[in-house]
Design a protein. Structure first.
Length: 252
């Protein structure tokens, strides 16, 4: 729970859907820490406690960039900015002094909301457990039905339901291939922002791509990204190298 809370708090502050990635990142961390014990994925409590703690922490810390800088960290926070602007409230550094009742009201609502979660969940834990006894052959079609209704209700287009089915098949293939969902979600959220700012940077530099390596800030981010990629790739490369040496020794 502490690991998930810390990870969710850090990711929740980051713009671009960090709060959405908190659960996936926490699950991946717990999966790595569990190692090859064989318990993870078969009822290990760490697979539930970590992601849920990260989800709650990320949802609340995503208010930090909203209330201090006026920057939405995800789509939900963007909707809240729109609602505030409709009411004549400009989110930013001055909101704490100009609208203290709003700021401290939101802080109090978080405490009240968490308290209500405790009050509702502890007495009703038996009912939530009963939901797990629903046969999978009934639960799975119900989930698909509600998903289809939700997708169709957005634009009333049957094509959206077929598109959802295609992405469902793609997700099934990714699960069978062992792909992690967090990088896909990160790319889906940050991809449009990355393309927009790439075009903007190319316009400002008049089509010169070397501006990304000559400017100190962008060059620093590129170097940090390369270092992180190397750190992530080294264990996999070392593992394949060891397996190759073992296979060669067995052949000899």
């Amino acid at each position: 729970m502490l690991r998930g809370t810390a990870l969710g708090s850090i990711l929740g502050v980051l713009p671009g859907g960090g709060a959405l990635l908190a659960s996936f990142a926490a699950y991946t961390v717990e999966k790595k820490l569990a190692g090859s014990t064989g318990r993870f994925g078969k009822g290990d409590i760490r697979g539930v406690a970590g992601p849920e703690s990260a989800n709650n922490a990320g949802a609340q810390t995503s208010f930090i960039p909203l209330l201090t800088l006026g920057i939405p960290s995800n789509a939900v926070m963007a909707l809240m900015i729109g609602a505030m602007m409709i009411q004549g409230i400009a989110p930013g550094p001055q909101v704490m002094t100009e609208r203290p009742q709003l700021f401290w009201g939101m802080i109090a609502s978080m405490w009240v909301g968490n308290l209500m979660l405790v009050i509702l969940n502890l007495p009703l834990i038996g009912m939530w457990i009963k939901l797990l006894t629903v046969p999978y052959r009934y639960l799975y079609p119900s989930i698909l039905l509600f998903m289809a209704i939700g997708v169709f209700s957005i634009s009333n287009q049957p094509f959206d339901c077929f598109l959802m089915a295609c992405f469902g098949l793609l997700g099934y293939v990714c699960v069978k291939l062992g792909c992690e969902p967090a990088p896909l979600i990160l790319g889906f959220i940050l991809g449009p922002l990355m393309e927009e700012n790439l075009r903007r940077a190319m316009l400002l530099s008049r089509g010169d791509p070397t501006t990304f390596v000559t400017k100190p800030i962008s060059a620093g981010f590129i170097i940090a990204s390369v270092i992180l990629l190397v750190i992530v790739a080294l264990p996999a490369i070392r593992k394949k190298r060891d397996e190759a040496f073992v296979a060669e020794e067995v052949k000899q």
